[in-house]
Design a protein around this ligand. Structure first.
Ligand code: PGA
Length: 251
Protein backbone atom coordinates (compact mmCIF):
# COMPACT_ATOMS: atom_id res chain seq x y z
CA UNK A 1 0.00 0.00 0.00
CA UNK A 2 1.40 3.38 -1.08
CA UNK A 3 -0.16 6.75 -0.29
CA UNK A 4 1.51 9.48 -2.37
CA UNK A 5 0.81 13.21 -2.32
CA UNK A 6 0.90 15.13 -5.59
CA UNK A 7 1.30 18.74 -4.54
CA UNK A 8 1.09 19.99 -8.16
CA UNK A 9 2.13 23.68 -8.37
CA UNK A 10 1.48 24.32 -4.68
CA UNK A 11 3.93 24.81 -1.81
CA UNK A 12 6.65 25.49 -4.37
CA UNK A 13 8.76 27.90 -2.30
CA UNK A 14 11.34 26.28 -0.01
CA UNK A 15 9.72 27.52 3.22
CA UNK A 16 6.30 26.27 2.17
CA UNK A 17 7.65 22.88 1.11
CA UNK A 18 9.56 22.53 4.36
CA UNK A 19 6.52 23.44 6.46
CA UNK A 20 4.18 21.01 4.71
CA UNK A 21 6.79 18.22 4.81
CA UNK A 22 7.22 18.74 8.55
CA UNK A 23 3.50 18.74 9.09
CA UNK A 24 3.15 15.48 7.10
CA UNK A 25 5.92 13.85 9.15
CA UNK A 26 4.20 14.90 12.41
CA UNK A 27 0.75 13.84 11.26
CA UNK A 28 1.60 10.39 9.85
CA UNK A 29 3.85 9.33 12.74
CA UNK A 30 5.18 5.83 12.13
CA UNK A 31 2.99 4.72 9.21
CA UNK A 32 2.28 1.05 8.55
CA UNK A 33 1.98 1.76 4.82
CA UNK A 34 4.40 3.38 2.37
CA UNK A 35 4.06 7.17 2.22
CA UNK A 36 5.51 9.68 -0.25
CA UNK A 37 5.17 13.38 -1.05
CA UNK A 38 5.85 14.91 -4.46
CA UNK A 39 6.55 18.67 -4.24
CA UNK A 40 7.36 20.93 -7.19
CA UNK A 41 11.06 20.89 -8.24
CA UNK A 42 11.76 24.12 -6.35
CA UNK A 43 10.56 22.56 -3.10
CA UNK A 44 12.56 19.33 -3.36
CA UNK A 45 15.69 20.48 -1.52
CA UNK A 46 13.78 21.85 1.47
CA UNK A 47 11.45 18.84 1.54
CA UNK A 48 14.43 16.46 1.40
CA UNK A 49 15.93 18.18 4.46
CA UNK A 50 12.65 18.06 6.36
CA UNK A 51 12.09 14.37 5.54
CA UNK A 52 15.63 13.29 6.38
CA UNK A 53 15.38 10.14 8.52
CA UNK A 54 11.55 10.18 8.48
CA UNK A 55 9.46 7.30 7.09
CA UNK A 56 8.18 9.46 4.23
CA UNK A 57 9.70 9.15 0.76
CA UNK A 58 10.22 11.97 -1.69
CA UNK A 59 9.10 12.07 -5.31
CA UNK A 60 9.05 14.55 -8.21
CA UNK A 61 6.20 15.36 -10.58
CA UNK A 62 8.00 15.12 -13.91
CA UNK A 63 11.44 14.76 -15.52
CA UNK A 64 13.07 14.87 -18.95
CA UNK A 65 13.84 11.68 -20.85
CA UNK A 66 17.46 12.73 -21.59
CA UNK A 67 20.27 12.75 -19.04
CA UNK A 68 21.39 16.30 -19.90
CA UNK A 69 21.53 18.70 -22.80
CA UNK A 70 20.07 21.80 -24.44
CA UNK A 71 16.53 21.48 -23.03
CA UNK A 72 15.76 24.86 -21.50
CA UNK A 73 13.57 24.62 -18.42
CA UNK A 74 13.79 20.85 -18.07
CA UNK A 75 15.10 18.67 -15.22
CA UNK A 76 16.87 15.30 -15.62
CA UNK A 77 16.39 12.14 -13.56
CA UNK A 78 19.94 12.23 -12.18
CA UNK A 79 19.24 15.55 -10.44
CA UNK A 80 16.14 14.08 -8.80
CA UNK A 81 18.23 11.25 -7.43
CA UNK A 82 20.58 13.85 -5.95
CA UNK A 83 17.67 15.02 -3.79
CA UNK A 84 17.01 11.43 -2.71
CA UNK A 85 13.83 11.15 -4.74
CA UNK A 86 12.55 7.61 -4.86
CA UNK A 87 9.55 8.28 -7.12
CA UNK A 88 8.70 10.37 -10.15
CA UNK A 89 5.15 10.93 -11.38
CA UNK A 90 4.99 10.53 -15.18
CA UNK A 91 2.23 11.24 -17.69
CA UNK A 92 -0.16 12.98 -15.30
CA UNK A 93 -3.28 13.99 -17.24
CA UNK A 94 -2.48 17.67 -16.62
CA UNK A 95 0.86 17.20 -18.39
CA UNK A 96 -0.82 15.33 -21.22
CA UNK A 97 -3.53 18.00 -21.58
CA UNK A 98 -1.52 21.22 -21.12
CA UNK A 99 1.97 20.26 -22.33
CA UNK A 100 1.13 17.76 -25.05
CA UNK A 101 2.78 14.74 -23.46
CA UNK A 102 2.10 11.59 -25.45
CA UNK A 103 2.17 7.92 -24.51
CA UNK A 104 5.51 7.68 -26.37
CA UNK A 105 6.95 10.52 -24.28
CA UNK A 106 5.82 8.75 -21.12
CA UNK A 107 7.42 5.50 -22.35
CA UNK A 108 10.79 7.21 -22.92
CA UNK A 109 10.67 8.93 -19.54
CA UNK A 110 9.74 5.69 -17.77
CA UNK A 111 12.71 3.93 -19.37
CA UNK A 112 15.07 6.71 -18.29
CA UNK A 113 13.59 6.78 -14.76
CA UNK A 114 14.32 3.05 -14.38
CA UNK A 115 17.86 3.53 -15.68
CA UNK A 116 18.39 6.17 -13.00
CA UNK A 117 16.83 3.98 -10.31
CA UNK A 118 13.75 6.11 -9.85
CA UNK A 119 10.38 4.40 -9.46
CA UNK A 120 8.02 5.84 -12.10
CA UNK A 121 4.42 6.42 -11.04
CA UNK A 122 2.84 6.18 -14.49
CA UNK A 123 -0.56 7.88 -14.66
CA UNK A 124 -3.35 6.69 -16.94
CA UNK A 125 -7.05 7.49 -17.13
CA UNK A 126 -9.90 8.38 -19.46
CA UNK A 127 -11.88 11.60 -19.95
CA UNK A 128 -15.59 11.89 -19.22
CA UNK A 129 -16.34 11.85 -22.93
CA UNK A 130 -14.31 8.68 -23.44
CA UNK A 131 -16.14 7.01 -20.56
CA UNK A 132 -19.56 8.07 -21.88
CA UNK A 133 -18.63 6.69 -25.30
CA UNK A 134 -17.76 3.33 -23.75
CA UNK A 135 -14.09 3.74 -24.64
CA UNK A 136 -12.57 3.97 -21.15
CA UNK A 137 -10.91 0.54 -21.21
CA UNK A 138 -9.58 1.01 -24.75
CA UNK A 139 -7.99 4.33 -23.80
CA UNK A 140 -6.44 2.97 -20.61
CA UNK A 141 -5.21 -0.19 -22.37
CA UNK A 142 -3.49 1.93 -25.02
CA UNK A 143 -1.89 4.14 -22.39
CA UNK A 144 -0.60 1.18 -20.37
CA UNK A 145 0.56 -0.77 -23.42
CA UNK A 146 2.42 2.12 -25.03
CA UNK A 147 3.98 3.52 -21.88
CA UNK A 148 5.09 0.22 -20.40
CA UNK A 149 5.67 -2.12 -23.33
CA UNK A 150 9.08 -3.73 -23.21
CA UNK A 151 9.99 -1.84 -20.06
CA UNK A 152 12.66 -3.88 -18.27
CA UNK A 153 11.01 -4.45 -14.89
CA UNK A 154 12.41 -7.48 -13.14
CA UNK A 155 11.07 -6.43 -9.78
CA UNK A 156 7.48 -5.22 -9.30
CA UNK A 157 8.58 -2.65 -6.70
CA UNK A 158 10.36 -0.72 -9.51
CA UNK A 159 7.07 0.45 -11.06
CA UNK A 160 3.82 2.03 -9.86
CA UNK A 161 0.76 2.67 -12.03
CA UNK A 162 -1.87 5.27 -11.06
CA UNK A 163 -5.39 5.12 -12.47
CA UNK A 164 -6.72 8.65 -12.44
CA UNK A 165 -9.99 9.16 -14.31
CA UNK A 166 -9.77 12.75 -15.56
CA UNK A 167 -13.38 13.45 -14.61
CA UNK A 168 -12.59 12.71 -10.95
CA UNK A 169 -9.46 14.87 -10.63
CA UNK A 170 -10.02 18.04 -8.63
CA UNK A 171 -13.80 17.75 -9.00
CA UNK A 172 -14.66 16.43 -5.54
CA UNK A 173 -16.38 13.48 -7.23
CA UNK A 174 -14.30 10.37 -6.92
CA UNK A 175 -15.04 7.20 -8.86
CA UNK A 176 -17.27 4.74 -7.01
CA UNK A 177 -15.14 2.04 -5.34
CA UNK A 178 -16.62 -0.73 -7.56
CA UNK A 179 -16.16 1.38 -10.68
CA UNK A 180 -12.52 2.05 -9.81
CA UNK A 181 -11.96 -1.62 -8.91
CA UNK A 182 -13.29 -2.70 -12.31
CA UNK A 183 -10.70 -0.57 -14.08
CA UNK A 184 -7.94 -1.58 -11.68
CA UNK A 185 -8.68 -5.26 -12.36
CA UNK A 186 -8.50 -4.51 -16.08
CA UNK A 187 -5.15 -2.72 -15.65
CA UNK A 188 -3.93 -5.68 -13.58
CA UNK A 189 -4.82 -8.09 -16.42
CA UNK A 190 -3.05 -5.85 -18.92
CA UNK A 191 0.07 -5.69 -16.74
CA UNK A 192 0.07 -9.49 -16.35
CA UNK A 193 -0.19 -9.94 -20.13
CA UNK A 194 2.70 -7.53 -20.60
CA UNK A 195 5.05 -8.45 -17.80
CA UNK A 196 3.95 -11.88 -16.60
CA UNK A 197 2.24 -12.92 -13.39
CA UNK A 198 5.15 -12.40 -11.00
CA UNK A 199 5.69 -8.76 -12.01
CA UNK A 200 2.28 -7.70 -13.40
CA UNK A 201 0.45 -9.40 -10.56
CA UNK A 202 2.40 -7.48 -7.91
CA UNK A 203 2.88 -3.92 -9.29
CA UNK A 204 1.08 -1.39 -7.06
CA UNK A 205 -1.88 0.25 -8.81
CA UNK A 206 -2.92 3.50 -7.14
CA UNK A 207 -6.27 5.25 -7.51
CA UNK A 208 -6.27 9.05 -7.91
CA UNK A 209 -9.11 11.55 -8.29
CA UNK A 210 -10.74 13.28 -5.31
CA UNK A 211 -9.59 10.72 -2.77
CA UNK A 212 -10.28 12.25 0.67
CA UNK A 213 -10.22 10.97 4.25
CA UNK A 214 -13.99 10.24 4.10
CA UNK A 215 -13.94 8.10 0.94
CA UNK A 216 -10.43 6.62 1.11
CA UNK A 217 -11.20 3.50 3.13
CA UNK A 218 -13.90 2.21 0.75
CA UNK A 219 -11.61 2.77 -2.25
CA UNK A 220 -8.50 1.32 -0.63
CA UNK A 221 -10.41 -1.78 0.53
CA UNK A 222 -10.86 -2.90 -3.09
CA UNK A 223 -8.63 -5.86 -3.96
CA UNK A 224 -6.76 -4.21 -6.87
CA UNK A 225 -6.49 -0.73 -5.36
CA UNK A 226 -3.08 -0.70 -3.74
CA UNK A 227 -2.88 2.92 -2.69
CA UNK A 228 -3.74 6.48 -3.63
CA UNK A 229 -2.30 9.43 -5.54
CA UNK A 230 -3.69 12.41 -3.67
CA UNK A 231 -3.94 15.97 -4.97
CA UNK A 232 -5.75 18.60 -2.92
CA UNK A 233 -6.13 16.47 0.23
CA UNK A 234 -2.31 16.13 0.36
CA UNK A 235 -1.85 19.87 0.91
CA UNK A 236 -2.52 19.65 4.66
CA UNK A 237 -0.79 17.24 6.99
CA UNK A 238 -4.01 16.26 8.79
CA UNK A 239 -6.10 15.39 5.74
CA UNK A 240 -3.21 13.53 4.11
CA UNK A 241 -2.66 11.59 7.35
CA UNK A 242 -6.38 10.77 7.38
CA UNK A 243 -5.93 8.94 4.09
CA UNK A 244 -2.77 7.21 5.36
CA UNK A 245 -4.83 5.99 8.36
CA UNK A 246 -7.55 4.70 6.02
CA UNK A 247 -4.83 2.72 4.21
CA UNK A 248 -3.63 1.31 7.52
CA UNK A 249 -7.20 0.23 8.39
CA UNK A 250 -7.49 -1.99 5.32
CA UNK A 251 -4.03 -3.56 5.30
P1 PGA B 1 -7.16 15.39 -6.60
O1 PGA B 1 -5.90 15.20 -7.60
O2 PGA B 1 -6.93 14.46 -5.43
O3 PGA B 1 -7.09 16.85 -6.18
O4 PGA B 1 -8.39 15.06 -7.36
C1 PGA B 1 -5.35 13.92 -7.85
C2 PGA B 1 -4.26 14.04 -8.89
O5 PGA B 1 -4.41 14.80 -9.86
O6 PGA B 1 -3.21 13.37 -8.78
Amino acid sequence: MLIAGNWKMHKAAPDEARALSESVVDAVGAPEVQVAVCPPFTGLAAAAEALDGAPVHLGAQNMHAEGEGAFTGEVPAGALRAYDCRYVILGHSERRAYYGETDDDVAEKARQALRRELVPIVCVGESLEERRDGRAQDVVARQVQTALDGLPIGDPSRLVVAYEPIWAIGTGESAEPEQAQEMHAFIRETLIEQHGESVGGAVQILYGGSMKPHNAEALLAQPDINGGLIGSASLEGESFAGIVEAGEQVT
